[in-house]
Design a protein around this ligand. Sequence first.
Ligand SMILES: O=c1ccn([C@H]2C[C@H](O)[C@@H](COP(=O)(O)OP(=O)(O)OP(=O)(O)O)O2)c(=O)[nH]1
Ligand SMILES: [Mg+2]
Length: 148
Amino acid sequence: MKLDVKILDERMRDQLPTYATTGSAGLDLRACLDEPHTLAPGASLLVPTGISIYVQDPRYAAMILPRSGLGHKNGIVLGNLVGLIDADYQGPLMVSVWNRSQEAFVLNPMERIAQLVVVPVMQVTFNVVDTFTETERGAGGFGSTGSH
Ligand SMILES: O=c1ccn([C@H]2C[C@H](O)[C@@H](COP(=O)(O)OP(=O)(O)OP(=O)(O)O)O2)c(=O)[nH]1
Ligand SMILES: [Mg+2]
């Protein structure tokens, strides 16, 4: 599927996000910073990715997810945990970078900081009912099936 993209930072023109391997689900997003930024423990920063995307079709959305290496090894995740990009959003694509670790982290310009995944979405309307058709689970949740 072709996704409309606008280049907001010229450095992105020759390095648009790509799938690292044929089976990759995510497109790595870069930190379009002008200089290195030190993120103190617990601090977060809204980082521009240098592009905007327009998904357009409401049957899809894009999600911004952490990169597992940065998240696990360095505690660099997202301030909003997951970023959801609406199909009708046309503004700059931003990443809330959160240092959840206890050490400072230096974010370098053009470093790959998160990943974008395009996903199918189903928009629903509500059908108001008094009872649901019975299921085996019913209202059980939050560990109701045990842990073994
Ligand atoms: O990590 C993110 C999350 C969101 N957005 C943009 C795209 C998204 O479509 C828009 C709104 O996001 P969301 O609906 O999650 O935020 P909100 O706080 O509900 O804002 P709004 O009232 O504008 O919907 O912000 C980003 O650029 N990066
Ligand atoms: Mg919203």
